[in-house]
Design a protein around this ligand. Structure first.
Ligand code: PEP
Ligand code: MG
Length: 883
């Protein structure tokens, strides 16, 4: 079998497409070599050897040694040296290279092949003893650390102690003899730790390093990383062995790293740093301050150290040409490593560069505009979820961060303001135009007004699905939840963490994208919805088939959603309008009324307010479809539950407290989510739905008259299980519509449809479609009723299901294709068969989740509907699903 793949001198046995076999680094080294770029010759030991090694009790394939020896000989021939030769020795680097870059694995050993004899040969060949012994001491330290397991600090201590002894401050102050002395001390250190001397045989060194790479595949950090990132153990890692080139051969040598574009902004500019007379690890280690690559960056940074552009103009020019070649070849921004050895440039690595969401967007759009990729490809390149970060203010990456505490990144974006500890104060200060951060141990529905008023929310308890997290995401407000290291003292109005105590009115900044709580005001970047964002959205809109609507009931949310490109309202939850001040009193009167007449009297007070709500929504949506769902939750949700509140409420509506208490008890249900709610309320109290229908039709008439645009409301009945329910309620609503048309002399058009959120409704979709003109899948309730798992109580155990691998993901976040999805598919098919022009949409939380949106495309839904801040995510995800 072939285990080893060579590259170098303009040729290679591998290609970039052989990532699985050669790992990312090996595949790209081969590709660069084939492109004729200056890559030090070398070879890759394939990932199959890693697999073999673990399948055979850590033994190598029998023919591996011969293949490695042959490959080494070829490398030696290409550079005119021989591995282990005492006159003209080949030195190599050994690096790991998995398919996906993987922290936690053995990384790099440089200068391998040095020993007491070869170091003298290297000194003689280079004409530089200092360089030779500097390289040798680096090798002993690196090899001892990553292969022999001796901690770095042992060697650092020796060096520091020696420098003190000699009165040196910089490493560059040491002479050749002094480095030789360091080497001697390092060797003693190794022998003390190991009980045997540092290995002198280059072959032993090489196999030690290869073994360390394969061994590190199964170390604890690598195993943990793979588990967290769902990387299969069976993939294995490759090993890359490459002829050394030296960035530490004096002042005409250097080493550096670069991105072909700015990885945080995406700007098209070479971005990176380098060090003169150094080896790779020096740049990352931060011992010396690296220099800028370009003059432009140097000037921007106000640095007085020369740029590579100024210092080595020929190498710089070649490097920029190579950057361009690689970008064009890979059609993506590249992350590069290079070394300059005595004025000659060498490329050591290229790979697609990691980038922020902002940069990903800009780079995708720029590459398409430059003609390197198609617009479809640009659409595919941006992760829809990551757009979330761009729709909110973010902390300026250049700003200084004084981190006070950390919690969970519960709702993205950054916010700053004075801290307050209760919702009422938040509301008061916000009314004065001040910016506040609401800090609570936990939030509850009573805090909603404060959350609305605040710039952001910080809690010290609760997870990603806590009340604070869910509500904040819905509002599009930044939130850090569960910052357990903060102690909040409501009594004194203070919070304390890490020895810092802040009091009410002190300013903090929270970063809901990272979970950090920062002291003071930190400079922020405002979301940029024009430019690249607008361009990509436009391309996505042209590519998608499904429409994107929003779930909204307030004018503010509706406006936000339109700014984000919503094409109508897919779900207006009317019950939210019942909680508003001014109407909750009438709602409670209605619930407490003795008979139908009393209820109608109370409803008559609500009607004009409800009508006004709809007029506003219709006007904001200006002719786009608006789906209004009639009352859904059980009535007890509108009544106070706590004894203290009962008296207050009784007084406010002029009712007897005994009677109120009795009604609360009367409405108590053991399982309210499966109780008297949804269309069941409409069956029992038809006057409620009649009032709502009247408000809708009158509003439609008014809005149409005012704007001159036709309004076609879609009236939606929740929680239907049978056609009979829908038939009865539709009859009532049609009667109201006719009455309104008669009274006003109008001809309002409308549609009546239903939510599909019960398994029975999905199965009986054919007969339900005979009555319903549209279906909207309420996948929150459909998931709840299909799994028999409470959507309000599942956070506690569902995470464990995911952790233990029983579920791939939380079915309330990503639609369960196999079960809930099958019901959706059945209902869509049967509904369409019965009524070919039936309109199909989804309005559960899944309507804003990219994976679920892909499923909606597969079943051919007409639209998805989601919360306002998810509209752009849904537009992009719908486009990706359609491509
Ligand atoms: C649903 O059940 O999916 C739905 C959208 O309705 P609600 O969340 O209001 O129950
Ligand atoms: Mg529902």
């Amino acid at each position: 079998a072939k285990w080893v793949y060579g590259f170098g001198d303009g040729t290679a046995e591998g290609t970039a497409g052989m990532r699985e076999l050669l790992g990312g680094k090996g595949a790209n080294l081969a590709e660069m070599s084939s492109l004729g770029l200056p890559v030090p010759p070398g070879f890759t030991i394939s990932t199959e050897v890693c697999t073999y090694y673990y399948a055979h009790d850590r033994q190598y394939p029998a023919d591996l040694r011969d293949q490695v020896d042959a490959a080494l000989a070829r490398v030696g021939a290409l550079v005119g040296k021989r591995f282990g030769d005492t006159k003209n020795p080949l030195l190599v680097s050994v690096r790991s290279g998995a398919r996906a870059s993987m922290p936690g694995m053995m990384d790099t050993v440089l200068n391998l092949g040095l020993n007491d004899e070869t170091v003298e040969a290297v000194a003689a060949l280079a004409g530089d003893r200092r360089f030779a012994f500097d390289s040798y001491r680096r090798f002993i330290q690196m090899y001892s650390n990553v292969v022999l397991g001796i901690d770095h600090h042992n060697f650092e201590d020796i060096l520091e102690f020696y420098k003190d002894e000699k009165g040196h401050t910089l490493d560059t102050d040491l002479s050749a003899d002094e480095w030789q002395e360091i080497v001697a001390r390092y060797k003693i250190c190794v022998e003390e730790h190991l009980g045997k001397p540092f290995p002198q045989d280059p072959a032993e060194q090489l196999w030690g390093a290869i073994g360390a790479v394969f061994g590190s595949w199964m170390n604890q950090r690598a195993i943990t990383y793979r588990r967290l990132n769902a990387i299969p153990e069976s993939w294995g890692t490759a090993v890359n062995v490459q002829a050394m080139v030296f960035g530490n051969m004096g002042e005409t040598s250097a080493t550096g790293v670069a991105f072909t574009r700015n990885p945080s902004t995406g700007e098209k500019e070479l971005y990176g740093e380098f060090l003169v007379n150094a080896q790779g690890e020096d740049v990352v280690a931060g011992i010396r301050t690296p220099q800028d690559l370009t003059e432009r960056a140097r000037i921007a940074a106000g640095s007085d150290k020369p740029s590579l552009e100024a210092l080595m103009p020929d190498c710089f020019a070649e490097f920029t040409r190579i950057c361009d070649t690689l970008e064009r070849h890979y059609r993506d921004m590249q992350d590069l490593e290079f070394t300059i050895e005595r004025g000659k440039l060498w490329m050591l690595q290229t790979r697609s560069g990691k980038r922020t969401a902002r940069a990903a967007l800009r780079i995708a759009v720029d590459l398409a505009n430059e003609g390197l990729i198609s617009r479809d490809e640009a659409i595919r390149r941006v992760d829809p979820q990551a757009l979330d970060q761009l729709l909110h203010p973010t902390i300026d990456p250049k700003a200084e961060r004084k981190v006070m505490a950390r919690g969970l990144p519960a709702s993205p974006g950054a916010a700053q303001g004075e801290i307050v500890f209760d919702a009422d104060t938040a509301e008061e200060l916000a009314a004065e135009g001040r910016k506040v951060i609401l800090v609570r141990v936990e939030t509850s529905p009573e805090d909603i007004h404060g959350m609305h008023a605040a710039q952001g929310i910080l809690t010290t308890r609760g997870g990603m699905t806590s009340h604070a997290a869910v509500v904040a995401r819905g509002m599009g407000k930044p939130c850090v939840s569960g910052a357990g290291m903060i102690r909040v003292d409501y009594a004194t109005g203070t919070m304390t963490a890490g020895g810092v105590t802040l009091k009410r009115g002190d300013v903090v900044t929270i970063d809901g994208s990272t979970g950090e709580v920062l002291l003071g005001e930190v400079s922020m970047l405002q979301p940029e919805l024009s430019g690249e964002f607008a361009a990509l959205m436009e391309w996505a809109d042209a590519a998608r088939r499904m429409k994107v609507r929003t779930n909204a009931e307030t004018p503010a949310d509706a406006r936000t959603a339109r700014q984000f490109g919503a094409e109508g309202i897919g779900l207006c939850r009317t019950e939210h309008m019942f909680f508003d001040e001014g109407r909750i009193v009438a709602v409670r009167e209605m619930i407490l009324a003795d008979g139908e007449a009393g209820r109608r009297a109370a409803l008559a007070k609500i009607l004009p307010m409800q009508r006004q709500d709809f007029v506003e929504l219709f006007e904001i949506m200006a002719g786009l479809p608006v789906t209004i769902r009639l009352l859904d939750p059980p009535l007890h949700e509108f009544l106070p539950q706590a004894e203290e509140e009962l008296a207050e409420v009784a007084a406010s509506i002029g009712a007897d407290i005994q009677k109120l208490r009795a009604r609360v008890q009367d409405l108590h249900e053991f399982n309210p989510m499966l109780g008297h709610r949804g269309c069941r309320l409409g069956i029992t109290y038809p006057e409620i739905y009649e009032m709502q229908a009247r408000a809708i039709f009158e509003a439609a008439a008014e809005a149409a008259a005012r704007t001159g645009a036709p309004v076609v409301p879609e009236v939606m009945i929740p929680l239907v299980a049978t056609r009979a329910e829908l038939d009865m309620l539709k009859g009532r609503i049609v009667a109201v519509a006719e009455a309104v048309n008669r009274e006003k002399g109008t001809t309002i058009k409308y549609q009546i449809g239903t939510m599909i959120e019960l398994p029975r409704a999905a199965l009986r979709a054919a007969e339900i479609a005979a009555t319903a003109e549209f279906f909207s899948f309420g996948t929150n309730d459909l998931t709840q009723t299909t799994f028999g798992i409470s959507r309000d109580d599942s956070a506690r155990f569902l995470a464990e299901y995911v952790e233990k691998g029983l579920l791939e993901s939380d079915p309330f976040v990503t639609l369960d294709r196999d079960g809930v999805g099958e019901l959706v598919r059945i209902a869509a098919e049967r509904g369409r068969a019965a009524r070919p022009d039936i309109k199909l949409g989804i309005c559960g939380e899944h309507g804003g989740d990219p994976a679920s949106i892909a499923f909606c495309e597969e079943v051919g839904l007409d639209y998805v509907s989601c919360s306002p801040y998810r509209v752009p995510i849904a537009r992009l995800a719908a486009a990706q699903a359609a491509l």
